[in-house]
Design a protein around this ligand. Structure first.
Ligand code: ATP
Length: 202
């Protein structure tokens, strides 16, 4: 099994790259999706969140009200630490189960937006960074989410810099071109990941 960490700034194209890698046969473990799954109604993690933060963090349908919880933890580092002490082990458990299902020959790609910020690069055999110039990031996020330029820039300023991400990359996927270029680059990346897999486990 090759464990790949895939990261990049907001709107750089992590999902686009992950979708293409899935098409080649990679098993994708997406940190954002697992974070949602970990707190679905009926989970132990959601029950503990309600115990800690009160029923006002639930919607009328009994789902986690993310904006309401976000308001609480944004302003209070202790509350954030309490939340993470509940969610992180639940997310890790889901990720471990997915890896076990993937089988011994799999190329497992973990999509982790804040990989560099959380200093997680050491957990992976290979780190892939999706890279675009800041202007491209700004334009794509604005087109996708309808955000103002200020909003996009504030989010980018809260993330690692382009240089910090590139410094930990084993592979860089330049996604400044069009979709066809990305398809070609990801196909090349896939070949490199397979040959790494063969080298490590001949
Ligand atoms: P986030 O960090 O917000 O989760 P992301 O890194 O997963 O984002 P994507 O959602 O894959 O990024 O891409 C951001 C936006 O840019 C999407 O609307 C996507 O369709 C578009 N996009 C991605 N790659 C390209 C490309 N090569 N050419 C044009 N548009 C692209």
């Amino acid at each position: 099994m090759v464990q790949v960490g895939l990261t990049g700034g907001i709107g750089s194209g992590k999902s686009a790259v992950a979708d293409l890698l899935a098409g080649h046969g990679a098993v994708i473990i997406d940190a954002d999706l697992l974070a949602r799954e970990a707190v679905l109604p009926g989970t132990d993690a959601l029950a503990r969140i309600v115990e800690r933060f009160g029923p006002e963090v639930l919607t009328a349908e009994g789902e986690l009200n993310r904006p309401a919880l976000g308001e609480i933890v944004f302003a209070d580092p202790r509350a954030l630490a309490d939340l993470e002490a509940i969610t992180h082990p639940a997310i890790r458990k889901l990720a471990t189960a997915r890896e076990a299902e993937a089988g011994p020959d799999a190329v497992v790609v973990h999509v982790i937006p804040l990989l560099v910020e959380a200093d997680q690069q050491g957990r992976f055999d290979t780190v892939v960074v999706v890279d675009v110039p800041e202007e491209v990031q700004e334009a794509r996020v604005r087109a996708r989410d309808g955000w103002t330029l200020e909003h996009v820039r504030a989010r980018m300023a809260a993330q690692a810099t382009r240089a910090e991400r590139l410094a930990v990359a084993d592979h860089v996927i330049d996604n400044s071109g069009d979709h066809d270029e990305l398809v070609t680059r990801v196909a090349r990346l896939w070949d490199a990941l397979l040959s790494k897999s063969n080298q490590d486990h001949p």
